[in-house]
Design a protein around this ligand. Structure first.
Ligand code: NAP
Length: 239
């Protein structure tokens, strides 16, 4: 992985920031993207190694995404790895979910990953061994009461990932989906430790590093594409 360029969307915090750290430790130059430029910069500045950059970009905005990837291309060169970790949740029962929340979740989680894949792809097609990891969720496969819109965004992302994997395999670009369960980040801050203890066979939350290390496995595995890798402590077995 040494000196390759990795772009991590949603890289300022949580699973994305952990992936950025692991990639930097392997010698990658990392472009950290999040809506907040200041937060992305703080994460990029703390990474080991050199050549990291940070950019503020809302991945749900097509023009912003296009310009951001053009700027990365200009300053850093071709993209080898793309991790799509930007995501939001607005969990509520459907009858209590406002249409604007539906749009926000679908735009960031689904459209956002489509836009960043599209913006990075031309550059990745030129890069031997390039790979994408999109981050879905175990609930995209199994559903979850109170998370219908979020689950739909992640199920859509799974279909998108498998289709794109077929589209670009002949050009040696691999595309996989990481599907985490309960991971301890800002997104799950409201959940209690007992929620995981009761529902997860391994009896605990996963850490951002545990989820991110599975993303690195997918990026590094030259014969793995079109896969969904659950990192859920066995949660799916209990759903
Ligand atoms: P997190 O700690 O809340 O971090 C979310 C990241 O996404 C932040 O860097 C945030 O930065 C960025 N982001 C949000 N909206 C964005 C936008 N419109 N444009 C650009 N960046 C945006 O979340 P996490 O738990 O690490 O989640 C990472 C991914 O894993 C998400 O896709 C999430 O759905 C998925 N996931 C998480 C869990 C879990 O248990 N934590 C389980 C299954 C799946 P800014 O706020 O600065 O934009």
């Amino acid at each position: 992985m040494a000196s390759r360029l990795a772009v991590v969307c949603g890289g300022s915090r949580g699973i994305g920031a952990a992936a950025a750290r692991l990639l930097a430790r392997r010698g990658c130059r990392v472009a950290v993207i999040s809506r907040s430029e200041a937060a992305a910069r703080a994460t990029a500045e703390a990474l080991p190694g050199e050549g990291h950059v940070s950019l503020g970009c809302d991945v749900s905005r097509p023009l912003e995404v296009q310009r951001t990837f053009e700027s990365i291309q200009k300053t850093c060169g071709d993209v080898s790895y793309l991790v799509n970790a930007a995501g939001v949740n607005r969990d509520a029962l459907l009858l209590r979910t406002q249409p604007e929340d539906m749009v926000a979740v679908l735009h960031v989680n689904l459209l956002g990953s489509m836009l960043t894949c599209r913006a990075a792809l031309r550059s990745m097609l030129r890069t031997p061994g390039a790979a994408i990891v999109n981050i879905g969720s175990v609930v995209g496969r199994n559903g979850s009461a109170g998370q219908s819109v979020y689950s739909a965004s992640k199920a859509g992302l799974e279909g998108f990932t498998l289709s794109l994997a077929k589209e670009v395999a002949a050009r040696d670009v691999r595309v996989n989906l990481l599907a985490p369960g309960f991971i301890r980040t800002d997104m799950t801050a409201a959940l209690q430790e007992e929620d995981a203890a009761l529902r997860v066979p391994l009896g605990r939350f996963g850490s951002a590093e545990e989820a991110a290390s599975a993303a690195i496995f997918l990026l590094e595995s030259p014969y793995v594409t079109g896969q969904v890798l659950l990192v859920d402590g066995g949660l799916q077995l209990a759903m």
